[in-house]
Design a protein around this ligand. Structure first.
Ligand SMILES: CC(C)(COP(=O)(O)OP(=O)(O)OC[C@H]1O[C@@H](n2cnc3c(N)ncnc32)[C@H](O)[C@@H]1OP(=O)(O)O)[C@@H](O)C(=O)NCCC(=O)NCCS
Length: 247
């Protein structure tokens, strides 16, 4: 992959990043997402990112989508869980991250493979005019979000990440980022892309603390968006470690 036209921007960003101190207890509560997590992940996704197209189609659709995505070899996702009560063996999912080694190919294959599950789950949602409008706009997503200064093709993407509000700002989410980014590097990806709203304070603060480089702005769903890219090889926080079984 070629170096970015902007030269050492990635190296410079990595230089300002503090190493990431891993808390083994937090790390021990992160595991690969499984089909049984689909309802919890749909709840978390819907609660915090209700504006995303997938959430607008409906919570039932989200649950079915996550259930089928976990079978895709291009889907890379983890959950964070805690005991329901201290000392209890019963665990509750309180945060997640969902990424992909190639979102376009992943979605294409998943819809082809599981259309008979996804279609009926999506139907009530896609008939809403606001969702239809967004679906039409989503066809432009890759074109507009990539129409920035990317360092060559960047197939890997962190698509969604969310934690229950009382866990935010405590670096638990930082741990789940690390797990995803380590895995991507272990699989040979040099860069990871994330898009977020320009006014999403929590996401922007976190991504800047990781050394993500602002590669450009675009408008989507009537909102100002930013495309961030992290050079996984240059990051002092990322190591090539896979904690996800290959499907
Ligand atoms: C986006 C989201 C996942 C970010 O998670 P978070 O819990 O804030 O992230 P973290 O605690 O890991 O860390 C954020 C960084 O900001 C720092 N930080 C946290 N709270 C801070 C505060 N009040 N002031 C200054 N810095 C702060 C942390 O120290 C950390 O820096 P570090 O990595 O150098 O240690 C979380 O806000 C969330 O779930 N939001 C709702 C869903 C969402 O918007 N998802 C993003 C869609 S792209």
């Amino acid at each position: 992959m070629t170096e970015p036209a902007a030269g050492g921007r990635f190296v410079e960003a990595a230089r300002g990043v503090r190493p990431f101190a891993v808390d083994p207890e937090v790390m021990g509560r992160i595991r690969p997402m499984q089909a049984r997590d689909a309802e919890d992940v749909a709840r978390l996704h819907h609660a915090a990112m209700g504006n995303s197209l997938w959430a607008r189609v409906g919570r039932r659709f989200l649950a079915v989508l996550y259930r089928v995505l976990v079978d895709s070899e291009r889907f890379l996702a983890f959950v964070y869980e805690e005991p329901v009560e201290p000392g209890s063996g019963r665990m509750r999912v309180r945060g997640f991250i969902a990424g992909s080694t190639d979102p376009d190919a992943m979605l294409r294959d998943t819809f082809r493979r599981a259309w008979f599950l996804l279609g009926p789950a999506a139907l009530p949602g896609v008939l809403k005019p606001s969702v239809l409008r967004r679906l039409a706009e989503t066809a432009r997503y890759k074109r507009v979000s990539d129409a920035v200064h990317l360092p060559g093709p960047v197939p890997a993407e962190s698509l969604f990440c969310s934690f229950e509000p009382d866990l935010r700002g405590r670096r638990v989410s930082g741990h789940i980022n690390k797990v995803l980014f380590d895995d991507l590097l272990a699989r040979g990806h040099r860069y990871v892309k994330i898009t977020t709203e320009v006014d999403n304070e929590g996401a922007n603060r976190q991504l800047r603390s990781w050394g993500f480089v602002d590669c450009g702005r675009f408008r989507f769903y009537g909102k100002d968006m930013v495309t961030y890219v992290l050079d996984l090889e240059a990051s002092p926080r990322v190591e090539p470690v896979s904690r996800h079984p290959a499907v």
